[in-house]
Every structure is written in structure tokens, then in C-alpha cells.
Design a protein. Structure first.
Length: 316
């Protein structure tokens, strides 16, 4: 596959792994890069000393392209731009903040910069800031969200109709069919989050993976819509079902025991961020298999649609 995304990222397939805090580290990211996609190392955990160690591991696990995400709301290091530039990557995504904050400085270091956006207004602001591209993330995706969430089906074609930069679609992407849908809506690449959380190489506890596999499409909750603090989408558990009805005063305080959930398997210890595509995942698979099946299905679906409807699109 060749398009602007593969050329900018230097990858075989325009498939990017989402930068989930504590999860998007060397073990998972290297598997994605080695399989032909683009692995991303997170900074949203805020633990840059640990991230440095993960970067060192990454360099021993893959010689393929990979990137780093700068989650502005969680990174307090004033030297983050130099930190990213020193890692030898060519691609960085910025998120959870003003695209003007780091874009110019990152680009001055020779990096390709994409900003994650949840709305058209945010997309246009990022374009004004000079980004090279966008990750357009619909509200069905997991993690921290815009309180006024818009689905990928609406947001992605809207943004793509207004901008000229390459776009990576995110939110609801889990396989080749959803990748094909994103391309039909204007994207040139896709980002997968929940699908990668459930992958064999994901470092999270098996209990979390099992919950994703068992989940129905209705088994996520949208929390904290009215604040204070960020809104977010998570798996439905006893805790999060309660929060859906009665939000805590400080949603971020609920992440104080997040590692007990992520790696200890206590699904009530914290909040398991997850997208609605959990309801479409029925098996834990290795990353290489996920990417291979995605690309094969993508090609088959696009060919099928062309054969079935190509003539219908021709003028009489």
C-alpha cells in the first residue's frame, strides 16, 4: 500500500497503534512496527524516566519506523521537545492540548507532526498551527474524549472535506472492513486502540483482555460528560456503571490504582478505558495476525465494492 501516510511514516501499512498510557510501550509498539504498521510509545503515563527505558528497549526490538506521542495534559517536562527529538524518531503525534504549543518546535527538529482532534474546530486550529497531518478521532473510541463527542461516521468525512493534509481515522477501527470504511470517508490511514489492548503482545492483564472479548457493543460507558475534568469512554464494570449515574467529584483520582487494574487484573480497582469496538472483538490475536488480516480484508472489501457498485457510479 502506498499513499501519503505510508510515505510520511515510512511504513508498509498505514495502520497506527494508539498511544495508550502505560500500555503503548516497547513490547506492544515493536510488535506493531515489525508487522508493518507504526508502533507508538506513550507519554500520557507522565513517567518519562520509564519511557526513556522503553525507548531503549524499542531500539533493540525493531529496526522499523516508530513514533512517540506527546500527551500535553499529562507531560510536565519543559524539555519534552528535545527529549522526543533525541530518540531518533521521525514521527510524533501531539494530543490533549493546544497544537500551537509544540508543533513549530517539533517541526524545527525535523519531525513529522500529526495532532489528534475530536472536532472540526480543533482540526482547523491544528492546520493553522502547521501540522503535517491529523488523527481524527470519533467519540466511539476509548480513552479521554471531547465531552461533546461526535461519531467517526460524521466527524471523519467532515474534517476530510475541509482540510488538505493527510488524515488518520480513529475510533471504531478494528479490522479491514472498518479500515475500508474510514478510507471511503476520506482517511489515508487508521489508528487502532482497543484492538491493540486486546492483542497477544499487549502487556495488560488477561482479565482485561477477557472483558474485551466478552463485551457486547453496548458494554462501554461515556463518563464525566459535564466535568470537572475530562470526559472518557471505558468498559462497563460495576464501578463505571455507578459513575455513569453518579460521576465522582474528581474522575482523575480514580486512576490512583490504575496499575492494579492494568497489570494486576482487578477490574474494579480503576477505569479500563475502551472503545465501542470491544463489542466486535471476539479473540485475542498476535499483532502480526491482526495487521495481516486487516490488510487482506481491506483489499477484499474495496475490490468487492468496486466490482459491485463501480458500474452503478458511471453516468448513463
Amino acid at each position: 500500500m502506498k499513499n501519503r501516510i505510508t510515505e510520511l511514516l515510512g511504513v508498509k501499512y498505514p495502520i497506527v497503534q494508539a498511544p495508550m498510557g502505560w500500555i503503548a510501550r516497547a513490547q506492544l509498539a515493536s510488535a506493531v512496527s515489525n508487522a508493518g504498521g507504526l508502533g507508538i510509545i506513550e507519554t500520557s503515563s507522565g513517567r518519562l524516566d520509564e519511557v526513556r527505558e522503553e525507548v531503549k528497549k524499542m531500539k533493540t526490538l525493531t529496526d522499523k519506523p516508530w513514533g512517540i506521542n506527546v500527551a500535553q495534559a499529562f507531560v510536565r517536562d519543559p524539555d519534552i521537545v528535545q527529549f522526543v527529538a533525541d530518540q531518533g524518531v521521525r514521527f510524533v503525534t501531539t494530543s490533549a492540548g493546544d497544537p500551537n504549543r509544540y508543533c513549530e518546535a517539533l517541526k524545527s527538529k525535523g519531525l513529522t507532526v500529526f495532532h489528534v482532534v475530536p472536532s472540526l474546530a480543533a482540526a482547523l486550529k491544528a492546520i493553522e498551527a502547521g501540522v503535517d497531518g491529523l488523527v481524527v478521532e470519533g467519540g466511539e473510541g476509548g480513552g479521554f474524549k471531547n465531552a461533546r463527542e461526535v461519531s467517526t461516521m460524521v466527524l471523519l468525512p467532515l474534517v476530510c472535506s475541509k482540510v488538505k493534509v493527510p488524515v488518520i481515522g480513529a475510533g471504531g477501527i478494528v479490522d479491514g472492513r472498518s479500515m475500508a470504511a474510514a478510507f471511503c470517508l476520506g482517511a489515508e490511514g487508521v489508528q487502532m486502540g482497543t484492538r491493540m489492548v486486546s492483542a497477544a503482545e499487549s502487556p495488560v492483564h488477561q482479565n482485561w483482555k477477557d472483558r474485551i472479548v466478552q463485551a457486547a457493543e453496548t458494554d462501554t460507558v461515556f463518563l464525566n460528560r459535564f466535568g470537572p475534568g475530562p470526559a472518557l469512554r471505558a468498559l462497563r464494570t460495576e464501578k463505571t456503571s455507578g459513575f455513569e449515574r453518579t460521576p465522582p467529584e474528581n474522575i482523575m483520582a480514580e486512576f490512583g490504582h490504575v496499575l492494579d487494574l492494568y497489570f494486576g487484573g482487578d477490574m474494579e480497582a480503576s477505569i479500563a478505558l475502551s472503545g465501542q469496538v470491544a463489542g466486535r472483538i471476539d479473540e485475542v490475536k498476535p499483532v502480526a495476525q491482526i495487521l495481516c488480516e486487516t490488510v487482506e480484508e481491506f483489499a477484499a472489501v474495496m475490490a468487492e465494492m468496486g466490482a459491485k457498485y463501480g458500474r452503478a457510479a458511471q453516468p448513463a
